[in-house]
Design a protein around this ligand. Structure first.
Ligand SMILES: [Zn+2]
Length: 104
């Protein structure tokens, strides 16, 4: 079981040259042509935290900005094993999103 937190977007200030996207949080979240959504945080007590933010670059490319904090065992060998497992699973997850996006 985990809990999620969605920060409310800052009050938007729009100028003639800045057009924010519907999902953009505006304010200090975006700038220099980049747009960022309000971050969504999932807390898994005793396990870790995931924060995900939707981003569109100045060139129009969108991606998910993901920050992950995972609790590690105190024993070094177990911690190394968990880090290896995390890297393995995260790279597989990232690869699977590429296949879903391209249909290959
Ligand atoms: Zn924006």
């Amino acid at each position: 079981m985990f809990t999620t937190t969605l920060r409310r977007p800052a009050t938007r200030t729009t100028s003639a040259t800045t057009r924010h996207l519907d999902w953009c949080a505006g304010g200090h979240h975006c700038g220099l042509g980049e747009h960022r959504s309000a971050p969504i945080t999932a807390n898994l007590p005793g396990t870790g935290t995931v924060v995900i933010t939707r981003v569109q670059t100045a060139r129009g490319r969108q991606y998910a900005d993901v920050h992950l904090s995972a609790a590690l065992p105190t024993a070094d060998t177990a911690a190394r094993y968990q880090l290896t497992a995390l890297l393995h699973h995260l790279t597989r997850l990232l690869s699977s999103t590429r296949h879903a996006r391209t249909g290959r």
